[in-house]
Structures are given as C-alpha cells and as structure tokens.
Design a binder for this molecule. Sequence first.
Ligand code: MLT
Length: 201
Amino acid sequence: MRHIFQQGSDPAAPVLVLFHGTGGTEMDLLPLAQAISPASSVLSIRGNVLENGMPRFFRRLAEGIFDEEDLIFRTTELYNFLDQAAVENGFDRRNLVAVGYSNGANIAGSLLFHYPDALRGAILLHPMVPRRGIALPDLTDVPVFIGAGRNDPICSPEETVELEELLSTAGANVHVHWEAGGHQLTRSEVIAAAEWMKDSL
Ligand code: MLT
C-alpha cells in the first residue's frame, strides 16, 4: 500500500498509524501525529480504493452504506500490510496506535472489530459503526478515544453511542470526547486526543 514512514525520536513510544478521510492522502494527518505524540514514529497509509478519483480505505454503495465484502477484504489487506510494514521498517508490531479520521476512523474501527491484536489502541475521529451483527474479538483494556460531534450529520450521536457500547462490551476502555459541531476535525478534539494519549498509553 502507498505509505510513508517517519522514524520518531523515542523508539519505545507507540507508533502512530494514520488513516486519512475520503479524498485525502497520507500527507493529511501528519500535523496531527506531531500534535498527538511528537516523539512517535509514524506510518501514514493511503487508502487503496478510489471513488471518483478520491482515495478511501474501502468501497461504499452510498453515503453511510458500506460495501461489506470490500470492507472485510480491505481490512484483511491492511492487517497483512501492517505485519509487512513492521518487518520492513523495524518497528514493534504490537505497539501500534491508529489515528483515523472519518473513512480512516472507520477502517481503523474495522481492524478492532475483526482482530484482537491489530492495534494497541486507537484514536477514532468521527467514526461510524463499521459492521453490525458480528461478535467482536476480545479487546480487554484496549484504549480507544472517540472524537464526535453532537451535530455530525454523517456520524450521528446515536451511532457514536452504539459504537462506544459495542467496543466497551468487547472489553475496550473507551473514552468519548464530544464537540458541539459537525463532521469537521477541530483543534480542541486533537488537543483532547493528545491529553488522552499521555494518560492512556
Ligand atoms: C465512510 O464512507 O467511511 C463515511 O461515510 C465517512 C466518509 O464520508 O468518508
């Protein structure tokens, strides 16, 4: 998968794995990584799917309606890529914390929904429920930060609460940070994510 890897100054710090939103690239969230954990190494990935020329991490049939078959295929592809990237770049595969926005948060959420060991933790910014009706793996004590907007038209507050409940029931330690606004990424939620990162990992 197209990606960039930047070595951080602290080899023991979690490696941040960045997942952009629809239409983004692997460059978009680099400033966020710097704000959240400046000493971390960073693996930033570009989604393998194109929707009208816009990179994404899996196909969708319409806004908010995911192509489940492709979601599963892309989740496995990504899981295998993380294994390969750890070997190629010499980082600890068990020390990955995802930072995903929107479609990127949804693929990171899908990694959590399908694998107990894909991620050590996750910062999901404006995520949705990636799949319904499946048993989640054991996520005991996996720390998850969810950034959500009370007026987000894409990720409704009800869906945020549903996601929180699904992850918590699987054992994850979930913190939801609410913003008053919509789907946009805000400076204050990034600051909250950085604080959470210091306290939780
Ligand atoms: C998705 O397709 O993952 C969500 O609808 C968010 C987005 O618009 O990318």
